[in-house]
Design a protein around this ligand. Structure first.
Ligand code: NAD
Length: 355
């Protein structure tokens, strides 16, 4: 597999976004988030999304140079309209608003409606944590047919509806739990299909509702479905995400009555909390830090090297990939280069960027 330095992929993403009409800052924000996803090991949410973004631009499902428009502002409650803009811009601007409001009131409840793909949701929790805030995020995904089967069903009715929560530590986030509510994110099925490797046991149903490990079932007609993580509990959390993000915010749910442009639109309900409005950040760092040490002191199971807390695998992967580079599978790389051509980046520029 080809291996690239962080800065190479960053420059390529910037070039594709700029060719697609984005202003410099937008191109930077998109590149920052996609490359961070690759660095943290989530290739499903990294540079491999460029082909989907370029196709969505062409269809008008994704609109460049849109900003987070504040449509309701009531003390600690903010509602932002994303207008199908890049989620990397809408998410970033919305978190800036949310953290400023949480600084003022101790808490902010922030609804984002109609943003294009918000990518790796941990990125937004990390932005809050970097400013000293804890945060909780419920997300749903619309604009495309459902892909995730609710518990007990043989066919899809939901999207992968991520849930994320994080707490700020003294130096960087204390923990970041960031997960799809399906057993695997659909992007991971795409990576498995591209690499020709089986998907994890129990993560997929074929079009007839039978368990399968063949990730191709998600990309052919009739389509299969992703299975919820944690059986009825994960499925329940996915439904809560759907309702919190897609109904409580005033956004849309996956119901087929709603128009679909064939992209990925996310709605997100975020709660941003200032630790100093509760027990205080010093107390959080003391008690939380001690708890994490206690958790990590537990005797590991046979075959497990070390007990980790949420967010640790990503931090480790980030250190490793910054030092050793980011592998991109051949199939994804070919699709990324084709997307760069479609977006209008001259071949000589691509060659120079990746040389
Ligand atoms: P995952 O299964 O790799 O990790 C889920 C969580 O478990 C992470 O917080 C991770 O730190 C933690 N974890 C992993 N291994 C661990 C271990 N050994 N010990 C302790 N904790 C551990 O993540 P996923 O469910 O595949 O999600 C991948 C990404 O996809 C996320 O960033 C999510 O936000 C994103 N996503 C986005 C959308 C969207 O519509 N924007 C939809 C679905 C998923």
């Amino acid at each position: 597999m080809p291996i690239f330095a962080r800065d190479t992929l960053h420059a390529l993403i910037r070039a594709v976004c700029t060719a697609g009409g984005s202003a410099e800052r937008e191109a930077d924000l998109v590149a920052d988030q996609l490359v961070e996803a690759n660095l943290t090991g989530h290739d499903s949410h990294g540079v491999g999304l460029l082909p989907m973004y370029v196709q969505s631009l062409a269809k008008g499902a994704l609109v460049p140079n849109r900003h987070a428009e504040l449509v309701h502002d009531q003390a600690a409650v903010l509602v932002v309209e994303g207008q199908r803009g890049y989620g990397q811009v809408i998410g970033h601007e919305a978190m800036e608003l949310g953290t400023a409001r949480a600084h003022e009131h101790g808490i902010a409840v922030l609804a984002i409606r109609n943003s294009f793909h918000l990518g790796r949701i941990g990125h937004w929790a990390e932005q809050c944590a970097a400013r000293g805030f804890a945060s909780i995020h419920f997300v749903n995904g619309i604009d495309h047919p459902p892909i995730h089967a609710p518990f007990g069903s043989a066919e899809a009715r939901l999207s992968t509806n991520p849930f994320c929560a994080a707490l700020p530590g003294r130096d960087g986030p204390m923990v970041v739990l960031d997960m799809a509510t399906s057993k695997i994110a659909v992007g991971k099925a795409r990576v498995a299909a591209n690499r020709g490797v089986p998907a994890p046991e129990g993560s997929l149903l074929d079009a007839d509702g039978r368990p399968t490990r063949n990730a191709a079932v998600m990309f052919q007609e009739p389509k299969g479905a992703l299975v919820a993580m944690g059986e009825h509990k994960g499925s329940g959390l996915a439904i809560i995400c759907e309702l919190m993000a897609g109904a409580l915010t005033g956004g849309w749910t996956t119901r087929p009555e709603h128009p679909m442009a064939g992209g990925i639109v996310n709605n997100m309900l975020s709660v941003v909390i200032d630790p100093d409005a509760l027990g205080g950040r010093e107390r959080l760092w003391h008690e939380g830090g001690a708890l994490i040490s206690y958790l990590k002191s537990a005797r590991p199971l046979a075959g497990v090297a070390e007990v980790l807390v949420p967010g640790e695998p990503e931090q480790r992967r980030r250190r490793q990939r910054l030092a050793e580079g980011i592998e991109v599978d051949e199939r994804s790389w070919a699709d990324i280069l084709a997307a760069a051509r479609t977006a209008g980046v001259p071949a000589a520029e691509v060659e120079a960027l990746i040389a």
